[in-house]
Design a protein around this ligand. Sequence first.
Ligand code: CP
Length: 307
Amino acid sequence: MKKLPFKDILHTNQFSKKDLKLIFETALDMEKYITWEKTDEPLKWKIMASMFYEPSTRTRLSHESAMLRLWWKVITVSDSTATSLSKWEILEDNAKMIAIYSDIIVMRHPEAYSVQTTAEAISKPVINAGDGPHQHPTQALLDVYTILKERKTLDNLKIALVWDLKYWRTTHSLVFLMWLFKNIEFTFINPEWLWMPEKVTTFLKDKNIKYSETINYKNWIKNCDVLYVTRIQKERFPDLSEYEELKNDFILDLKILDWNTDITILHPLPRVNEVSTEVDSLPNAAFFRQAENAVPVRMALLYLLLG
Ligand code: CP
């Protein structure tokens, strides 16, 4: 039985190329359960607890769907006001209780590093489903799986990450995975207030990985193999007037793309208006296939952590 060499999934800096190979091979195998090519129970059933203290559609439901595809069970905290946290129970105690009732916890929380602190307090595996503006490692894993499926390689790629690079945790997580591959070049394209954090750019400098930063998106957006678009997140702006100034200026449409069908267009979703819906019909608009890949990748992670 194959296993990952760690208890928790907290950030993408923890993965080696060998881990990624194992996860992606297992995810390909997991696709056979989704299409009913395989019908056995892969392991004796387990219980996953989903603890979401921030809203989610894809991350929570794809983890839960992954569990059900494995014939396993789920208990859910989707509304923290319905738990004893609303009676001022400390988060660590709340998590300890939930760990007693389950085999693995998937947790989203608005504070950076809160999932790590929780994982350190309990012996059961914990998966970070997004901790504030810090990281969203399982999203990045399914993003890389999608790039591999769409481009048939993870080497020699020019990757443009666009719009909200300051707050979008998936962009940070993705950089910390993609640098592992050969001859990767990043372009960061963002409005002036939303630069990629220094922790990411310093990391790239240290590793000698090529990257450039620009606010001039019209000139740059076509010059890449993978275009990773993000929503400008209203909920993370301390000053809403800054958000109001930006929200209608950064929109990807067919005119900007010039009907380019060579670029693989990804988006972790949810979308508001930053990718015009007219883009959806392009064969290279891969964001819904990306969301679909969430299930086999998360099945693989659950299986490899609990095996
Ligand atoms: N991509 C993503 O994390 O989506 P949700 O916020 O809907 O989970």
